[in-house]
Design a protein around this ligand. Structure first.
Ligand code: ASP
Length: 439
């Protein structure tokens, strides 16, 4: 029988009505055995996330300020849910433990983790499925880094005897037993760890969007949803997935060959987006899978005659950036030019020093900086098999009178990255979308 690990994000559990939707989703498919909930999120624009309120509580407690009113606001959010759904749950004793702990200097991670902990307990009562405290199975080292293999063994051992369980997301404990959390949005990671440990057939990640779109809907309002994407394509489109899935949630499931299915709690019949290790025979609907991009880059271009014959030239150029802690994004090179594409923000504060250092290290003929650049990644596993994709892409952009400042195609032929002026960004994305999707 198939087995599914199901993670619900904060907006999916923000109030009683959302709890009911979650219950219906769980009941709809009995293969949904293990559930990983987030803390209640925003009920609408302007509302607070429980996690943010918990951080605020901790800050106040640390400064010796009153925090009771904040804790009361958190309590009332849980109380509304438990009252409305008649969940038998002793909030009073839970909150007096938390209040005491905060008064006694409990850590920031401990405070934040209580959102998921309480939500997990409440959901466990509501669905009548056993609760497993993540502190007992998700292990961190003293530096707060996840110990993935130990965690995998602990979760597997614990869940072996539990046909169903609710394991709260976002936190675990370190080797000394102190509560630790992942970075924000980390319940996605917890869900992926559980999926890997129980060798799930699918890791479902329920949120408030119906999967990934082929392009940012703020630029292409009717952009189609992507039915299937590979983990590699998603990495290439990382600008796009960023808001939906925590970056670290990809690795445990990808390694284990488990697909991740992005689903919408508010539209449960929609199949969402399936992220697979390998798309196999599954032919993509279009030559391209998606387009993503970002503004705020610049190109530092270094010219020198006979650069190609100078051993170590590239390394020394990159050393200049490394010395100032600047990461490079891309490295398009010609025979006598080397271009380093970097985040403008990162370069800004050290621009003159970096240029001076490049001059010292490689004695170039010329160094120029082209600012206000946007990078657009067009990604698709279908591109390899389709002749002339690059030509179509460049024609699409240039026929709009947009000039392409830089081009970078990975040898995997999975993506083509172009740089255009920021002011041309939206038009270029639309042109690519129209050419490849609206045919
Ligand atoms: N509740 C945590 C946060 O708001 C973790 C999560 O939702 O994944 O970041």
């Amino acid at each position: 029988m198939k087995m599914i690990v199901t993670k619900f994000g904060g907006s999916s559990l923000a109030d009683a009505a959302q709890f009911i939707k979650v219950r219906d989703i769980i009941h709809m498919d009995h293969e949904r055995k293990y559930i990983v909930p987030s803390a209640p999120g925003k009920r609408g624009p302007g509302d607070d996330k429980i996690t943010d309120l918990l951080y605020a509580c901790h800050e106040a407690a640390q400064k010796g300020k009153a925090f009771r009113h904040l804790l009361e606001r958190i309590r009332s959010r849980y109380e509304e849910i438990s009252d409305e759904l008649e969940i038998p749950f002793d909030l009073n004793s839970e909150f007096s433990v938390i209040e005491e702990a905060l008064k006694n200097g409990a850590s920031r991670d401990y405070a934040a983790s209580r959102g998921e902990y309480l939500n997990g307990k409440m959901l466990s009562r509501f669905l009548d499925i056993p609760f497993v405290d993540a502190a007992d199975v998700v292990l961190f080292n003293r530096e707060g880094r996840l110990m993935e293999e130990e965690t995998n063994t602990r979760i597997a051992n614990c869940l072996r005897n539990l046909p169903r369980a609710i394991i709260p997301g976002f936190y675990g404990a370190d080797v000394d037993g102190n509560i630790r959390t992942f970075s924000r949005g980390g319940s996605d990671v917890s869900g992926a760890l559980v999926a890997r440990a129980v060798n799930a057939d699918v890791y479902e990640n329920w949120t408030d969007v119906t999967g990934f779109r082929m392009a940012d809907p703020r630029i292409v309002p009717d952009a189609q949803y992507i039915a299937t994407i590979t983990y590699r394509e998603l990495r290439e489109l990382s600008y796009m997935g960023a808001g939906v899935l925590h970056e670290d949630a990809v690795f445990p499931v990808r390694k284990a060959g488990i697909p991740t299915n992005i689903r919408n709690t508010n539209d449960p019949k929609h199949p969402g987006t399936m992220i697979r290790a390998n798309a196999g025979q599954d032919d993509p609907a279009h030559v391209i899978t998606g387009i993503a991009g970002h503004k705020g880059f610049c190109i530092v271009s270094i010219e020198k005659d006979m650069m190609n014959a100078e051993l170590g030239f590239g390394r020394r150029v990159l050393q200049a950036f490394e010395e100032y802690n600047i990461n490079f994004e891309h490295l398009p090179t010609g025979i006598d030019t080397m271009c380093v594409v970097v985040h403008q923000k990162e370069l800004a504060s050290h621009r003159e020093e970096v240029i001076r250092r490049i001059c010292e290290l490689v004695d170039p003929d010329q160094v120029t900086v082209h600012e206000n650049l946007a990078l657009i990644a067009t990604v698709g596993r279908g591109m390899v098999r389709n002749f002339g994709t690059a030509a179509r892409l460049f024609t699409a952009i240039s026929s709009q009178g947009i000039s392409i400042r830089t081009i970078d195609q990975g040898s995997s032929e999975l993506n083509i990255i172009v740089g255009v002026d920021e002011s041309d960004f939206e038009e270029a994305v639309k042109a690519i979308y129209d050419t490849f999707v609206r045919i």
